[in-house]
Design a binder for this molecule. Structure first.
Ligand code: FE2
Length: 343
C-alpha cells in the first residue's frame, strides 16, 4: 500500500482476497482513499482481493492488458510506459514478461522502490513453466527493465517463502544465484529449465478466480461477523460502535471486564451487564451465556479487547469489543445504571 500524505490518495499492489478486512482496516486507520488495486500479474497461488477492494472502496481494478483472453472486471488496463497516478505521486509500469506474459514491474516515480511481482524475487526469479512463461523472455525483462534501475532502488517482490520482504537492485545484481553476478541468458535459462518444481497447490482455484479479478462465484466474501456491524481493526480485533450497542441491548450480552471497585466510579455501567474482571475471565467462562453475541466492555476498550481474544479462543466466535469503552459511552451520554456503594 502506497499513499500520498498530502492528498491521502493511495494504491494497493497485489492485495489478497483473504486479507481484505486487514487491508481495508489499514486504509481506514491511515485515512487513505484508494484509487486503484493493482496486480503485478495474474497470480496462480492466491486469489486477488482486487474485486473486493473495488466493491468496498470504489477503486479501479488494474492489471496488464496483455492477457488473452483479457481479465474480466478490469477498468484500468495497463501496459509498458503507463503511469498509475495517486494524488501527486505515481507508479510507472514496466512490462517484465517471462513468468507470465502480463507480468509488470511497478516503479515509484522517484526510482526508490520497484514492485517486481514474480519476475525478480529475492535471490530468485519466478518460474517460467506455466501460464505461457518463457525463461528467455524473463532474462531480458530482468536485465533490461529491472537491473537498469538505480542500484539503490529497493526491490519488493510479490512473494518470499523464507519471510524476506525487501532487497535492492544492487544486491540482486551481485548475489542473485539465477541471474546475478554476470550470468548470461544461457546460464539463466539452463537454471530455470531444470528447477523441477511441483505443480502449484492452489492454481486450480486461484487461476479461474483471478481471471474474474477475484470476484467469487458463490458470493461468499470475507465479513467480520453476521450478527452486527462489526469492524476488524488492522490489529486484528473486532469492534462494534457504542451507538449500535445502545440501540440493540436486547440482542447482545454485555460483558464488563473491569475490576469491581471501578463500578463505584462516575462512569457507571451498562444496564444488565455481567461483571467478570479480566483476570478471572478464563476461570469463569462457563458463566457467560452463549445464546447471544458477547460485547466486551472496560474503561477505555483495551482490556475488553484482550477479553474478546480470550472469548474467541474459548470458542465464543460471536464476540466484539465495545469501541472506546465506558469512557466513550459516557461521552456519548448513552444510558447507564449507577451502582449504589456496597451493591
Ligand atoms: Fe505468480
Amino acid at each position: 500500500m502506497l499513499g500520498d500524505p498530502r492528498t491521502r490518495r493511495a494504491v494497493i499492489i497485489d492485495t489478497v482476497f483473504e486479507q481484505h478486512l486487514r487491508d481495508r482496516a489499514l486504509l481506514g486507520e491511515l485515512d487513505l482513499r484508494l484509487v486503484a488495486a493493482v496486480d503485478t500479474h495474474c497470480h496462480a497461488d492466491h486469489v486477488t482481493g482486487a474485486w473486493m477492494m473495488q466493491q468496498s472502496t470504489g477503486c479501479r481494478i488494474a492489471i496488464s492488458r496483455r492477457y488473452r483472453p483479457p481479465i474480466q472486471g478490469v477498468d484500468l488496463p495497463l501496459d509498458h510506459g503507463d503511469h498509475i497516478p495517486f494524488g501527486g505521486r505515481h507508479l510507472e509500469v514496466r512490462a517484465t514478461p517471462g513468468h507470465t506474459d502480463g507480468c509488470m514491474t511497478l516503479v515509484l516515480d522517484d526510482g526508490s522502490m520497484a514492485f517486481t511481482g514474480d519476475a525478480l524475487l529475492i535471490r530468485g526469479a519466478g518460474r517460467c513453466d506455466f501460464q505461457h512463461g518463457s525463461a528467455h523472455t524473463l532474462y531480458r525483462s530482468i536485465t533490461q527493465q529491472i537491473f537498469s534501475l538505480p542500484d539503490s532502488c529497493l526491490v519488493f517482490p510479490a512473494h518470499d517463502y523464507s519471510g524476506r520482504t525487501m532487497s535492492s537492485v544492487a544486491e540482486e545484481k551481485a548475489h542473485n544465484p539465477r541471474i546475478g553476478g554476470g550470468a548470461d541468458e544461457r546460464d539463466f535459462v539452463g537454471f530455470m529449465e531444470n528447477l523441477d518444481l511441483p505443480h502449484p497447490k492452489h492454481i486450480d482455484v486461484a487461476l479461474p478466480a483471478n481471471l474474474r479479478s477475484g470476484q467469487p462465484v458463490d458470493g461468499k466474501v470475507p465479513r467480520p461477523a453476521d450478527w452486527g456491524p462489526v469492524r476488524q481493526t488492522y490489529g486484528g480485533l473486532l469492534e462494534v460502535e457504542p451507538e449500535w450497542v445502545a440501540d440493540h441491548l436486547q440482542q447482545v450480552h454485555v460483558l464488563d471486564v473491569r475490576q469491581p471497585e471501578e463500578m463505584q466510579e462516575s462512569l457507571g455501567r451498562i444496564v444488565n451487564s455481567q461483571l467478570i474482571p479480566l483476570n478471572e475471565l478464563k476461570a469463569r467462562l462457563s458463566e457467560i451465556p452463549r445464546d447471544k453475541p458477547v460485547v466486551a466492555v472496560c474503561h477505555a476498550g483495551m482490556r475488553s479487547g484482550q477479553a474478546t481474544v480470550i472469548l474467541r479462543s474459548a470458542g465464543l466466535e460471536r464476540t466484539a469489543n465495545l469501541r472506546g469503552g465506558m469512557l466513550l459511552w459516557s461521552q456519548l451520554a448513552l444510558p447507564t445504571q449507577r451502582q449504589r456503594s456496597g451493591t
